[in-house]
Design a protein around this ligand. Structure first.
Ligand SMILES: *[C@@H]1O[C@H](CO)[C@@H](O)[C@H](O)[C@H]1NC(C)=O
Ligand SMILES: *[C@@H]1O[C@H](CO)[C@@H](O)[C@H](O)[C@H]1NC(C)=O
Ligand SMILES: *[C@@H]1O[C@H](CO)[C@@H](O)[C@H](O)[C@H]1NC(C)=O
Ligand SMILES: *[C@@H]1O[C@H](CO)[C@@H](O)[C@H](O)[C@H]1NC(C)=O
Ligand SMILES: *[C@@H]1O[C@H](CO)[C@@H](O)[C@H](O)[C@H]1NC(C)=O
Length: 375
């Protein structure tokens, strides 16, 4: 109630002032006096593709899964912001297209408004709690953070306004890649689960989280299919196989995931009231950019800008990984699809964001993210 009263007071003051000072130009008066129609907020969940710095605030004693050193961030922010990129990541472009300010990582210290949304994504996170446990904020924990935000919004705005904000907001999710990378590195896991069974676990856990978000009042969900992981420089360098070959087992696992995700979203659309989604064919776009980088305005699709070894696929960018390795850095990241051995450059992120935002229905099923924001 206190908040409500204060606001009315401020509005009153502005109207009063505007009546007596006639020198203020009309246009800026209109800006002050008309209540701002708020754009739909954006809540972001997932892994390093979307992390805007949350991992900087966890586990102070480990530098694993953090991008808090140069050359990360060098192109756009001019400092390492915690993004696994030389500049902006996909959520940064999406908020720009949606007319929102840059949204903060949830763990950023200090009071936050949450009116425009917030970002919970954590590099290394998976849909499974076990994935890189101890180093990341897993999807379930990200959901619990969202519930706290939802509660705070209710306290601040009142039930009705908070409910409307949460229902109009878009929930952008990219998760699963790390579950499959963890599987590929873990012989115990490989022998314990068939590929289909493991995909079922990942999709099952993701589904529970989406259902919970819907229970909290979320209605519009933007998801990305997973990239062809077997073909990223990191994996190709580890395989060390014949020139240019991908680890087909891993890409095939990801394709199983992508099909299951598509089927699951169609089911949820039938089961959950008001549920709307956009599923971007990220797999197809990344594979296309690896094979035909020039279609995306890039020059190099199969080798990273920053790293060492074959395809610069060894994860040594910045020389802060456990082994303080020598690493190479390309001259112009704007020509590359991959910045380090697994993460896209800012330029590539921008191309992908444009497709996610307003690509046609062959790239986004059943429609693009712009449509979700405008509903
Ligand atoms: C980090 O390391 C310091 C000193 O070694 C130790 O006192 C502290 O408990 C550690 N913190 C965590 C979260 O492990
Ligand atoms: C392999 O996965 C199991 C089950 O999640 C886990 O307990 C174990 O620590 C993992 N091993 C490695 C080397 O990561
Ligand atoms: C979620 O993952 C856990 C392992 O982390 C598994 O035990 C559980 O069965 C999964 N849930 C679903 C619904 O698949
Ligand atoms: C990769 O292949 C090269 C030659 O083809 C060989 O010298 C090197 O030891 C291999 N590295 C690994 C990690 O297997
Ligand atoms: C969708 O866009 C892609 C890329 O711009 C284009 O190749 C394709 O023909 C379009 N498909 C339809 C159905 O418009």
């Amino acid at each position: 109630m206190m908040e409500e009263d204060k606001r009315t007071h401020i509005y009153f003051l502005i109207f009063f002032v505007s009546n007596i000072i006639i020198l203020i130009p009309n246009s800026s008066l209109a800006k002050i006096c008309l209540p701002r129609k708020h754009n739909a907020a954006l809540f972001v969940f997932g892994d390093s593709l979307f992390d805007v710095g949350n991992n900087n605030y966890i586990n102070p004693n480990t530098t694993q899964v953090k991008a808090n050193y140069l050359p990360y961030g060098e192109t756009f922010f001019k400092y390492p912001s915690g993004r696994f990129c030389n500049g902006r990541v996909i959520p940064d472009f999406i908020v720009e297209y949606a007319g929102l300010p840059l949204i903060q990582p949830y763990l950023f210290p200090g009071n936050q408004e949450y009116i425009d949304g917030v970002n919970f994504a954590s590099a290394g996170a998976g849909a499974l709690v076990e994935t890189y446990q101890g180093f990341v904020i897993n999807l379930k924990t990200q959901l619990s953070y969202f519930k706290r935000v939802s509660k705070k919004l209710k306290q601040k705005l009142g039930d009705a306004e908070a409910k409307s904000l949460v229902a109009r907001a878009v929930y952008l999710i990219h998760i699963g890649s790390n579950d499959y990378l963890a599987l590929a590195q873990n012989s115990t896991l490989i022998t314990s689960y068939s590929p289909q069974k493991y995909v079922d676990l990942v999709i099952g856990n993701l589904t529970i989280v989406i259902q919970e978000m819907h229970k909290q009042g979320g209605r519009k969900f933007g998801l990305l299919k997973l990239a062809p992981l077997g073909c990223v420089p990191l994996v190709k360098a580890l395989v060390n196989g014949s020139e240019g070959s991908c680890l087909e087992e891993l890409s095939s696992l990801v394709r199983m995931h992508n099909i299951a995700l598509s089927v699951q979203l169609q089911k949820l659309e039938k089961q959950l009231e008001g549920f709307k989604y956009s599923l971007n064919n990220f797999y197809g776009e990344v594979l296309d950019a690896i094979n035909y980088p020039s279609k995306y305005g890039l020059k190099v699709g199969d080798e990273a800008c920053c790293g060492s070894g074959p395809y610069r696929g060894y994860y040594t960018c910045g020389g802060k990984s456990e082994v303080k390795d020598y690493y190479e850095l390309c001259e112009n990241p704007n020509e590359y699809l991959f910045f380090d051995s697994i993460h896209p450059t800012e330029k590539a992120n921008e191309f992908f964001s444009q497709i996610i935002w307003n690509g046609n229905q062959s790239l986004n099923e059943p429609y693009n993210l712009k449509t979700l924001f405008q509903e």
